[in-house]
Design a protein around this ligand. Sequence first.
Ligand code: ATP
Ligand code: MN
Length: 477
Amino acid sequence: MRHQTIKELLSNHKLDETTELNGWVKTFRSNRFIALNDGSTLQNLQCVIDFESLEESLIKKITTGAAIHVKGPLVESQGKGQSVELQVEEITILGEADAETYPIQPKKHSLEFLREKAHLRVRTNTFAAIMRVRSALAFAVHDYFQKEGFYYMNTPIITASDAEGAGETFNVSTLEKKNPPLNEEGEINFKEDFFGKETNLTVSGQLEAETFAMGLGKVYTFGPTFRAENSNTSRHLAEFWMIEPEMAFYDLDDNMDLAEDFIKYTISYVLEHCKEDLNFLDKRMADEEKQKPQIERSDMSLMERLNFVISNEFKRVSYTEAIDILKNSKPNKKKKFKFPVNEWGVDLQSEHERYLVEKHFKCPVILFDYPANIKAFYMRLNEDEKTVRAMDILFPGIGEIVGGSQREERYDVLVEKMKQLGIEEDELWWYLDLRKFGTAVHSGFGLGFERLVLFVTGMGNIRDVIPYPRTPQNASF
Ligand code: ATP
Ligand code: MN
């Protein structure tokens, strides 16, 4: 039997037809009105019972959180707030929820409290809305790339390479922890480990995606990514989902065009398909903003922000221009930045990125042509031999949402760079092969899916936009 959902029922119903539904009780008032929700939509269906015909013991079990089955005709509603309601003729309690101990009561719970109850928080309006939007966004990602002629590929989760060279990896090993085999130097002998070498969870699928781009043309990955960075911020997770397109024959400008178009598409998609949830999240954010001191309040509502992003061009600025702006900025002169900007070549901190986006340009910004020595080894060296064809997209309230580049396609230049950085050629022989056989200009980028969800939902902490966050000292559930 195919079960009907409240969403389907509300969008396409016939009055007086007998209907059956399953769901959870949101509230039960006056011993008569059940607000039923089944997760399919933010909207509850009002179910009206005739309590005189029901046993008291059964009525006692109609409590917030209980799973129930109801049957009866759908009728025009007498009360305000809904157009139809279900006149309950039969009700079955499928699963009780003890009112004393069920933690999700019909009142405002703090986000911190709900993180401790992550297995139940999806039953709140806020988390259900976030997770429905997240699902729609994931679909929009595939929809966009499939329409644009990209092929979806899955890159390995266990790898022996550390693409970013940052060393922030989680090791994968089956060696005994207490007495691992040692080599002659007295170090752990990974030759005896499962894969015969040291392996870790992937920090990026880019290098493998490049190999596929050089055969399939345009590809993208969308998979889990792991970083053991100890940054306990509201924008970092130890396990997150990354979308990484990689395109043969694309230069940096093509790459920026694609990234901008892609982001705008996914946001437009949810604006069209998740109106109800976004309106709810818009109100939530507005309430949240009211709690903040005036100067910290954002001057746009969530909906305004989303519409602004899809209808305005992202501002493209070189790193060098950005440094000039920052050097001469008020907060820099007044020594308000924690990391002062004195010279060309410094890495940009999130306070600088946010100043550029939120105070100076007041729109999303694409920074490009970064100094070579603050970026990864694979980025294409510019003619000035000082900068590389890198680009970061910066968003209000989020900071970096995309990091990408045109890749170094010249064998000699890449080998030289790896030498300088002490990256072993025999570790990446296959990556170098791409530059030996049919090499071509190519580009790609990585977008952190949770940062996109964070932006679209107007939430403040990345822990609240993934079902079960993995962060330092926390891997519950
Ligand atoms: P950041 O400076 O914010 O740590 P990054 O420079 O390390 O980012 P990249 O290596 O360029 O980021 O990764 C590509 C994208 O993946 C980023 O733009 C961001 O959207 C996302 N991302 C990176 N690290 C994390 C993380 N720990 N948690 C969630 N998303 C992340
Ligand atoms: Mn990082």
